[in-house]
Design a protein around this ligand. Structure first.
Ligand code: BDR
Ligand code: CA
Length: 315
């Protein structure tokens, strides 16, 4: 399966990327970077650093948006992902550089060269996808599918009481992406807050004397502490890695097809709202004539956690 991964590394982005890089079923055609967990400058440096650790500096990295399409960047979250976005204090210093092509152009060029074959995995705010769709509307017919880590259909948020962090970082872009018409699967908090990678599993993943395990060994302690303090769990919830697990083992997930809108006003800004009714005609106007999104609502959490551990101990 051919992939473009749009990402804001990010500790759990790093886990998802290393998991995908360790999966022979997946062919990563490129990474595109976006602001979110840290600035785009930092997430780009981190993306390059992760590829270098995995020995895959041959994979191109295209730099994307530095701010949302219609609002201001809310800012980095060092309390979750560390000052450098990868759990630490010192900025990562990659030896390699991004390509000289903006993310949206890279996405369009790559899907045009591989019509109907490329899955876009979005692990950050949906700004780059919205820009790609805005500049090149035909991108919708050219991609195979879009798999989004983001949103919360039937559960509370994590960035705010109502909103999940990636969607909250650019609600206008998310509303555009969920309305564009490409096939979208949403892997949101409805399932990721059910999947706990335990402290014991983290210890096993970070034990090997390899560069990828070393990267996770320095990145994961601060991230793990965040979940201990915030969610009172021993371990971490698996957000971004769940998208890769979905690609590898879709049978571990159940989905429901709903039209989605994203709240862009007031205190529930960033909330993904599905219409649970079953006919377009009966839907309130805001949900009419919107494409159906496959929203993950159920997950075999044990199976997904095992898949993540399996892939991350292969690196
Ligand atoms: C999402 O927000 C970011 O903090 C994570 O990397 C993940 O993509 C979880 O809500
Ligand atoms: Ca992310």
């Amino acid at each position: 399966m051919k992939l473009i991964i749009d990402t804001d590394p990010g500790v759990d982005d790093a886990m998802a990327l290393l998991m995908a890089l360790a999966s022979p079923e997946l062919e990563i055609l490129g990474l595109t970077t976006v602001f979110g967990n840290a600035t785009t400058e930092t997430t780009t440096a981190n993306a390059l650093t992760i590829l270098e650790a995995a020995g895959r500096a041959d994979i191109p990295v295209a730099v994307g948006a530095t701010k949302p399409i219609a609002s201001n960047y809310l800012g980095p979250v060092p309390q979750v992902h560390g000052a450098n976005g990868l759990g630490g204090m010192t900025p990562t210093t990659p030896a390699t550089s991004p390509i000289d092509e903006p993310a949206a152009d890279f996405i369009h060029r790559t899907v045009t060269a591989n019509p109907g074959q490329v899955t876009i995995v979005a692990l950050g705010p949906l700004t780059n996808l919205a820009v790609a769709f805005d500049h090149y509307p035909d991108v919708c017919e050219l991609v195979r599918q879009v798999v989004v880590m983001g949103g919360n259909a039937l559960v509370p948020g994590n960035a705010t009481p109502t909103a999940e962090a990636n969607i909250n970082n650019d609600p206008e872009a998310a509303d555009l992406v969920f309305g564009a018409g490409w096939p979208v699967t949403m892997v949101g908090l409805d399932v990721t807050h059910q999947i706990n990678l335990t402290g014991d599993a983290i210890d096993r993943i970070t034990a090997p004397d390899t560069a990828p395990a070393g990267l996770l060994r320095s990145a994961l302690p601060a991230y793990r502490s965040f979940f201990e303090q915030t969610n009172h769990i021993d371990g971490i919830y698996l957000h971004d890695p769940a998208t890769i697990a979905y690609l590898l083992q879709p049978d571990a997930f159940t989905t429901q097809a709903w039209p989605l809108r994203v709240e862009t006003e007031s205190f529930s800004r960033g909330k993904t709202w599905p219409n649970l009714g079953d006919t377009d005609e009966a839907a309130p106007a805001a949900w009419q004539h919107r494409p159906l999104i496959d929203v993950c609502t159920g997950v075999n959490a044990t199976q997904v956690a095992a898949a993540v551990e399996d892939r991350l101990t292969r690196t």
